[in-house]
Design a binder for this molecule. Sequence first.
Ligand SMILES: NC(=O)c1ccc[n+]([C@@H]2O[C@H](COP(=O)([O-])OP(=O)(O)OC[C@H]3O[C@@H](n4cnc5c(N)ncnc54)[C@H](O)[C@@H]3O)[C@@H](O)[C@H]2O)c1
Ligand SMILES: N[C@@H](CCO)C(=O)O
Length: 346
Amino acid sequence: MTEYKIALVGFGGVNRGLAQLIATSNDSWQATLGFSLKIVGVTDLFLGSLVDRNGLDAAALAALPAEKGAFAQLPGGTAEAFNETVIKQSGADIIAEATFTNPVDGEPAATFCRWALESGIHVVTTNKGPIALHGAELKALAQRHNVAFEYEGAVMSGTPVIRLAKQALAGAQIQGFEGILNGTSNYVLTRMKDGLSFADAVAQAQQLGYAEADPTADVEGYDVRLKVVILANELLDARLSVSDVTCSGISGISASDIVKAQATGQCWKLIGAASKAADGAVSASVEARLLPLEHPLAGISGAINAVSFDTGLLGAVTVSGPGAGRIETAYALLSDIIALHTTHRQ
Ligand SMILES: NC(=O)c1ccc[n+]([C@@H]2O[C@H](COP(=O)([O-])OP(=O)(O)OC[C@H]3O[C@@H](n4cnc5c(N)ncnc54)[C@H](O)[C@@H]3O)[C@@H](O)[C@H]2O)c1
Ligand SMILES: N[C@@H](CCO)C(=O)O
């Protein structure tokens, strides 16, 4: 039976969710998945860091109060985030990277991934920045060092859309996609329909763990833009940069716009889309669109996301599921570990 040593980089909602899953389910994973996980290190800008090669108590970590420097309360812990030490010297086989997404340059998360991959350590991440902005470089680095670089949670959280499209739809000739790819903005639009103000709906999405550290990324479309770049480059063989994708968000949509849409049998949705022309050129956009209520994406509410792939052989194939959430996204990290266990088992 395999036991992977894992270090958690960033200990906010997602990696805390992973610690919770490990605390409750590790024993059953031995039987059902063929491996278990031992947390050997954890580091967070706000909480500090901690290494124990014999294994940390996942339940105690998950229950730790989110107070500045909290890891210093635990034996061997410190209030400082020694990221490089935890990544390179905790003895980890796998790094779970879940720090803030930086939509401008993907740093410092991209550097954390580089440190791990160059050290021969697998990386699983939910962070969109390193993949959208440095994906080709990091994938090549992983390949050179014969380790995995997996990022299923970067698009649609725990809903396995990247692997599904790359593997199960590999022969279906994907020509484009359109989708609701941000949980926060879809939650906000849904709650505004219920009468909540824009600001209160954003605050609720933050409380529920859906929003980015700076929710501007959610409501102005920047988060969806990263996801569109990731999907287009993965599935349409595009070489898009963020600046290739036109982008606007939902902050200009007022309560009265929502009421007017309802009165005319329509609804507002933030749609990320890309399509490939006959000459291979890929165009992509992020924008709020008015959809008729019978549109397949019109009924997608709350933090649920959905993407509809336009395929040559099957027509439209639509997948929906959680687009955000702590445990939902922690599941994506587990699914990445399941994938690397299949591809890189010694
Ligand atoms: N929450 C979701 O629903 C969701 C879904 C998919 C993807 N993601 C992505 O996953 C990542 C984590 O999300 P989250 O909800 O846990 O965020 P979060 O804000 O709750 O936690 C991020 C943690 O990273 C820490 N951190 C930030 N910069 C750091 C640094 N330089 N070094 C060490 N620690 C650092 C912060 O202190 C914070 O505790 C983000 O990139 C987010 O975009 C989140
Ligand atoms: N803030 C993002 C998290 C998932 O990437 C969202 O709301 O969709």
